[in-house]
Design a protein around this ligand. Structure first.
Ligand code: FAD
Length: 634
């Protein structure tokens, strides 16, 4: 974390140097000491510090400076760092002015020049003030911040992506948080042209300001912006990171205010601004980043290091992760390709209670995080987000095409692509997807639903788990079940939990037949098949869990599938005693081997699989044993 700043300002270079020296001597271990030689340059630097979310603990300002007096500077700096301690350096003749300014500029102390010896006349005062400041100081959040609109699908995608990759972030909603609007406006301004930003209370700076502002206009920037002296001769030395960093500006008299420049006043976001904006810890930012851009920024790998692997696994759910851990731990050069985030469906589960060895249950995210760490420890290369889009065989190689147009080849492939949620067939629902309508648990949304009514569609365990999770935040959770009983599709323990949770309501014979809303969901039509009625219920959040289907179109014509798209394996491939067309090895297919020798299947995507975490893990592990036998004969 950056050290809090002690900022000293004096127009006399000798005095400034002496002050800086004395301050450093006493405080440089705990504070960063900065100096400026004019009010204008100090204000510019203070704006930068604020944008970078550095803390300013103390300002020590000379009263007699040309253009802007110490009191004037402290008055203008007040909104930037309201909690900083303010000390005015005065000559004896100025003490009356200093006393008068105690209220207007919130001056905590005034010191008479000279302050020698500092041990007697400077440090005791400052120590006291700094102790006071430290006692109430709370370090700002330093991680990733996402600024966006709660109902925007793009904002949802970014938050979901970060959450599923275990990147902690702070969510700032432009509708409800002034800080979010300020940051959004700042990003729009930096992006270039000030789109979406407008100046509020923006008189021209009196004498120019610091002009440190960056951003390449391509949706990325540094996020550090200061009052803009554009059009003048202002120049700024960037805020260094060392204690000795100096920010001095040559004032540009009469420089015009630049749109959105914080130095010219506060900026305000307007709905034209592009969202979401993701700010990183170093204050760089990305506007409307794609998943690939975000992935790169948070250090994920999307391109394979090599062209060939012993084993490639497509799908990073429990089955794929297990295959990866066992494969790599047994010496196979292993690549895992995941189009979304490792963890698969299990990764979206709020609490898995039946996985062996975790008597208190564990969240899917935690299981995924542990499995990824284990796989990486054994040297598995993980590509994500990256999607397998095709497969061809060039014996003995299996060649997988990826969504970025690249290819990887291998001797053995495990398809562990699981299943994905089925879509609800209701007119207009696609338009509202991720803007109030969500498939799966979308746990990132739970906190936003605080105090609201939430509707869940589905009668199986996934809906039940989600209901329990949302009940902690929502005012009321309504589970809409098409059938006549909850226990028909849900585990007994979950049904018991649901029935004992007062803010969960179960509606049987109920199905969603309509959705309403402009940009976001506003209401749903719920049909009661027993009563023959349709009721319109106001609601902003609808979560859908209505079964799942395999997405195996990319294997069409290469690997045998059943009529629903599930992959056939082992003895399922033998029909009337005959092996599948193209079977060209002198043995029967192994238990989890598909119609293509060397291509295996594990987990939910296999026909007849038991759709559970443990069975996926089991199958993923077992495939590795068969892969060794396959490789032994290549
Ligand atoms: C909300 C919820 C709660 C659940 N709770 C439990 C529980 O408590 N206990 C239990 O035992 N089971 C539970 N299940 C079921 C369990 O999660 C699944 O059975 C298990 O995740 C299946 O694992 P899998 O690896 O076969 O597939 P998945 O988990 O579906 O993983 C497949 C992965 O492959 C990726 N993928 C798909 N296509 C491609 C492609 N072309 N290229 C690259 N990647 C691709 C997907 O993005 C996904 O990450 C739950 C499921 C859900 C949805």
């Amino acid at each position: 974390m950056a050290k809090p700043v002690i900022f000293t300002i004096d127009d006399d270079p000798d005095v400034l140097r002496a002050l800086e020296r004395d301050l450093r001597q006493q405080y440089s271990e705990r504070f960063r000491v900065m100096r400026a030689s004019s009010g204008a340059s100090a204000l510019g630097a203070l704006h930068q510090l604020r944008e970078r979310r550095n803390a300013v603990a103390l300002m020590l300002v000379d009263q007699r400076m040309p253009q802007m007096s110490g009191v004037e500077l402290l008055e203008q700096a007040l909104p930037l760092f309201p909690d900083a301690k303010r000390v005015l350096l005065t000559a004896y003749a100025d003490t009356d002015a200093a006393i008068r300014a105690i209220n207007s500029a919130h001056i905590d102390y005034y010191l008479l020049k000279p302050w020698d010896p500092p041990a007697d006349r400077l440090y005791p005062v400052l120590d006291d003030l700094l102790d006071d400041w430290l006692a109430s100081y709370r370090a700002p959040f330093e991680g990733v911040r996402v600024v966006g609109h709660r109902w925007s699908p793009k904002s949802f995608e970014v938050r979901d992506f970060l959450a599923r990759h275990h990147v902690p972030y702070q969510w700032l909603d432009v509708e409800t948080e002034p800080e979010a609007r300020r940051l959004a406006a700042l990003a729009a301004t930096e992006e270039g042209g000030g789109a979406g930003a407008a100046v509020e209370n923006g008189p021209a700076p009196q004498d120019g300001g610091a002009g440190a502002s960056a951003g390449d206009g391509a949706g990325e920037g540094t996020g550090a912006s200061a009052g803009d002296g554009s059009g003048g001769t202002a120049a700024v030395e960037s805020l260094g990171t060392a204690d000795a960093a100096v920010t001095d500006v040559a004032p540009a008299a009469g420089a015009p205010a630049s749109a959105g420049a914080p130095g010219a006043g506060e900026v305000a976001w307007t709905p034209a601004g592009r969202l979401p904006v993701v700010f990183f810890a170093d204050n760089s930012f990305m506007i409307e980043p794609s998943r690939a851009q975000l992935a790169e920024r948070i250090g994920l790998r999307t391109r394979a290091e090599s062209r060939f692997y012993d084993l490639v696994i497509v799908g990073g759910g429990p089955a794929g992760l297990a295959a990866a851990v066992y494969g790599a731990s047994e010496g196979l050069r292993t690549l895992m390709v995941e189009r979304d985030a490792p963890g698969g469906q299990a990764g979206t589960s709020s609490r898995i209670e039946n996985y062996l060895g975790f008597p208190a249950g564990l969240s899917g995210a935690e299981l995924a995080r542990r499995a990824v760490a284990q796989a990486q420890r054994f040297g598995v290369e993980i590509l994500n987000p990256q999607e397998a889009t095709g497969l061809r065989r060039e014996d003995p190689y299996r060649i997988i095409s990826l969504s970025d147009g690249s290819e990887v080849s291998c001797h053995a492939l495990v398809v562990a692509t699981g299943v994905s949620y089925r879509k609800l067939a209701v007119p207009g629902i696609d338009r509202l997807t991720d803007a109030g309508v969500y498939y799966g648990a979308a746990m990132t949304e739970a906190i936003s639903c605080k105090g609201e009514d939430v509707y869940l569609v589905g009668g199986a365990n996934s809906a039940g788990q989600a209901a329990m999770y949302f009940s902690r935040y929502a005012r009321r959770v309504v589970i809409l079940v098409r059938g006549d009983s909850l226990s028909r599709g849900m585990s007994h323990y979950l049904v018991d939990q649901i029935l004992q949770t007062p803010n969960i309501e179960v509606r049987l014979h109920a199905s969603v037949v309509g959705v309403h809303g402009g940009e976001t969901l506003e209401a749903i039509d719920v049909a009661d098949s027993q009563a023959g009625t349709v009721e319109t219920l106001p609601g902003r959040s609808l979560f859908i869990f209505i079964g799942a289907e395999p997405r195996t179109a990319w294997l069409e014509g290469v690997v045998e599938r059943d009529e629903y798209g599930f992959l056939l394996a082992g003895s399922d491939l033998v029909r009337d005693g005959k092996l599948p067309a193209g079977w060209n090895v002198d043995r029967q297919p192994f238990l989890l081997e598909t119609s293509v020798p060397g291509v295996f299947v594990a987990g939910d995507v296999r026909r007849g699989s038991v759709k559970r975490v443990a069975s996926g893990v089991g199958e993923g592990s077992i495939t590795v044993s068969f892969i060794h036998q396959h490789l032994a004969h290549i």
